[in-house]
Design a protein around this ligand. Structure first.
Ligand code: SF4
Length: 403
């Protein structure tokens, strides 16, 4: 569950024990996952000088800072980014700037962690709002994953199971994966990563298994549509149920043990959305992200990462019609960049990533002005042991073919 939801839920379900609901950027809730503290005054969102203040602070920082903007960020944040990209591209961009003293990561918490792992000890990674988490990453806590591994050991299958974790996971989960010989993957290279993982446990034709975390949809879509496994080869491990909600026999028969996690944005798209847009828009091409459900992905024409979505639209013929199933900020920018193409949003309702949108101009101005004043705020530091083992899993991914 994302930190914002945690705050809201704790306020309503346990009123006596919980702190009052905190204003955005004000105060600190130690019971929540990361708190929402801002040291000093957050600029008011209606401050007419905000853009000017942002530009002045950015200019004052100069080459000391490098600003990364994820594709799902707001337009006003993207305008200030030195580079834009998906989580993997941004982590590599951060690593390629060893002279930048500060990496200002306009994205979510796990991305800033990856940047900290891949940059040098002299560089400091800063996340403008500590409440910018990822609901998917938060669905796999390290204690739950360790309990899951105990279940696999008890079922006698841990030694023939390799963990593979999606980039969208905490540093602790990446470290767990590194300690157990597995790899990180992205939405671009999930097929290559899974083929490599199965090779480590006896090959696709054998009986070895992959524990795929935390996005069940990316794992299922890749295993079935790219590797040719059967839907029946996939089981879902629910960390909230005893034994993951599975019998030992179900675990032993499975090839893909999928963690019960999903993206709250991409999980909203439905097969009905696909049929509705096909009925409404003649000759439409439906293009979706692999974090969507299996029904949506199998109903679409094309499936791929955010970088794939952008390059596909860049190469599309003028006058062609598209329905895109991914985060709305990205789709709006793609549509604006291609006025000669007919770009539709796949969902009928607004579908922003709420935690990505926590990074706004007030937080970015506050972050940059604090750095100019010599105060490093919201620094993201990964524990040294976790950083080492997470780096092992990330390096394994970098060693896969095609990256
Ligand atoms: S879009 Fe989904 S996976 Fe990406 S940060 Fe938001 S909740 Fe996480």
């Amino acid at each position: 569950m994302c930190p914002v939801s945690t705050l809201l839920n704790s306020s309503f379900t346990e009123p006596a024990a919980s702190p009052a609901l905190l204003l955005l950027g004000q105060g600190r809730d130690l019971a929540s996952e990361r708190g929402v503290e801002c040291v000093g005054e957050l600029p008011h969102a209606s401050d007419p000088d905000l853009v000017e203040r942002a530009r002045a602070a950015r200019a004052a920082l100069g080459d000391r800072a490098f600003v990364l903007g994820h594709h799902y960020q707001r337009d006003e944040v993207i305008d200030l980014a030195d580079v834009t990209g998906d989580s993997f591209k941004l982590a590599r961009e951060a690593a390629a700037r060893p002279d930048a003293e500060f990496i200002i990561f306009c994205g979510v918490h796990f991305m800033a962690e990856s940047a900290d792992i891949l940059t040098s000890d002299t560089q400091q990674v800063v996340l403008p709002d500590l409440a910018a988490g990822c609901s998917m990453a938060d669905m796999a806590a390290i204690n739950q994953v360790e309990e899951c591994w105990d279940v696999l050991e008890d079922a006698g299958i841990a030694d023939v199971t390799l963990p593979v974790t999606y980039m969208n996971s905490t540093a602790a989960i990446k470290a767990f994966t590194g300690r157990h010989g597995g790899t990180v993957c992205t939405s671009s290279n999930a097929e290559v990563a899974l083929r490599w993982a199965f090779d480590q446990v006896g090959g696709l034709e054998g009986t070895g298994k992959v524990l795929f975390m935390p996005d069940q949809h990316l794992g299922r879509n890749t295993a079935v549509l790219k590797l040719g496994l059967d839907l029946a080869d996939c089981v879902v491990f629910d960390p909230r149920k005893p034994n993951g909600g599975l019998t030992d026999a179900e675990l032993r028969d499975a090839r893909m043990i999928l963690w019960r996690g999903h993206c709250s944005v991409h999980g909203r798209f439905s097969a009905r959305n696909v049929s509705d847009v096909r009925a409404a828009v003649p000759d439409v091409t439906v293009l979706v992200h692999p974090e969507c459900t299996h029904e949506v992905v199998t109903g679409a024409d094309l499936v791929g990462s955010t970088e794939f979505i952008i390059s596909t639209l860049d190469a599309a013929a003028p006058g062609s019609s598209w329905a895109i199933g991914t985060e709305l900020n990205l789709v709006r920018r793609v549509a604006a960049a291609h006025p000669d193409k007919n770009v539709h949003y796949l969902d009928s309702t607004v579908c922003f990533c709420s935690t990505m949108n926590r990074i706004d101009l007030p937080h970015l101005v506050w972050t940059m002005e604090s750095l100019v004043a010599g105060r490093v705020v919201n620094r993201i530091v990964v524990d040294a042991d976790d950083a080492h083992w997470a780096r092992v899993a990330l390096d394994q991914m970098l060693a896969l073919p095609g990256l």
